[in-house]
Design a protein around this ligand. Structure first.
Ligand code: DLZ
Length: 156
């Protein structure tokens, strides 16, 4: 377990098809999340990896649904939403979170939840798996998705 309480997962994902769906706001942090997810997939032995870029986090559920119904064994949803001065933050976070969960439950395809919902850029940077970050949420989301995909595949 890490100092933040996250478990140490070492999933094997050989033979899986995995799609990363990634929003495009907050470029530097998004790059960190995507690279973290790709790194974790390589470590897990996943070679069939696809990347689907969408405009913002609000669009993540539809992209995840597309990937799940098009044959992906697991999806990783990555986005960064930074709190602003209006209620927009809450609407985008809620729609993305509930939508992603809904897609996982209705399709049966596991979706790693890598949506950062932060008060400011510094908080997001600290979770982005970049040099100087203390957490790597892209990698964590990828490991969880692969772990779930193999768990569901191998259980009766
Ligand atoms: C509109 C908006 C705002 C204000 N902030 C963010 C953000 O911090 N992160 C993010 O991923 N997307 C943001 N968006 C865009 C919405 O997610 C969506 O793309 C637009 O409302 C168009 O549907």
């Amino acid at each position: 377990m890490s100092k933040h309480g996250s478990p140490t997962l070492t999933p094997r994902g050989d033979g899986l098809r995995v799609t990363i769906v990634a929003a495009s706001w907050h470029t530097v942090i998004m790059n960190g999340l995507i690279e973290g997810a790709q790194r974790a997939l390589r470590t897990a032995g996943v070679t069939d990896v696809h990347l689907l870029r969408v405009p913002g986090s609000f669009e993540l559920p539809l992209a995840a649904q597309h990937a799940a119904t098009a044959g992906s064994d697991a999806v990783i949803a990555l986005g960064v939403v930074i709190r602003g001065g209006t209620p927009h933050f809450d609407y985008v976070c809620q729609a993305a979170t509930l939508g992603i969960n809904d897609v996982a439950l209705t399709t049966g395809v596991p979706i790693g939840f890598g949506l950062l919902t932060c008060d400011d850029e510094a908080q997001a940077f600290d979770r982005a798996g970049l040099e100087g970050s203390s957490e790597d949420k892209g990698a964590e989301a990828a490991e969880a998705a692969v772990e779930m995909a193999t768990l569901l595949r191998d259980s009766p």
